[in-house]
Design a protein around this ligand. Sequence first.
Ligand SMILES: [Zn+2]
Length: 246
Amino acid sequence: MRVCMFCQGKASTREDVWPSWLTRRAPVSGTARIYAERRELNLGSWPIKQPKLLVKWLCRSCNNGWMSRLESEAKPVIESILDDTLDNLDASAQMTLAVWAAKTAMVLEAVDSDRTWFYSEDERNLMRVARVIPVRTSIWIAKCVDQSSVYSAAENLRTTLDDDGIHAYATTMAFGSLAIQVVTIRTPVMIPAGVAVTYDVSEGPWDQTLVQVWPITQASQLWPPKHGLVGELGLDALTKRLGPSM
Ligand SMILES: [Zn+2]
């Protein structure tokens, strides 16, 4: 029996990753899904084009219950960005977007069931019962220009080939004028939870391009930022922003 990735209940046949209100506005036809695994010794990326993203690891009760409630809270925030009617994000809007983005990053992993998922069963369970965003997660949003389709990409970055190093997982997604990036860092057990872990980012005006929504640093964030990401190339630059060695 195939089980739900969030509650271990019986998974239903197939569920769309993207809700229909979103794909109505941003056509899925141009979806590019890139899964890249970059390690110190082995750099490579494999682009995959898929017209529709379906996930087999969700159940009806999650889909129609907590996920649907989260969806209806995130929808007005996302739509106000797509409609260009938003000029600032208060803490509650930042939080709603962050939780929705972290949930979606987890669901996107399920599109590829052939590899080991980054987020753990515990992390998915905490998301379901208490909307907990995994520790050492940062989430940013950016404005896209000349980008109308749905985009999603994931990057798996490690400092070593085994599990002893630092592991980072970055999910980048976009629909119409909104891009979201979720980065979670997993550290070896000997690094205490309070110790900050930094990583390299590629050069670029990221400070003026990205608005951090998690962790919440400001009660109100101005929108849109000074710079936008142009087309799919801009999104690829965002996807590849994190350095392979940390
Ligand atoms: Zn479920």
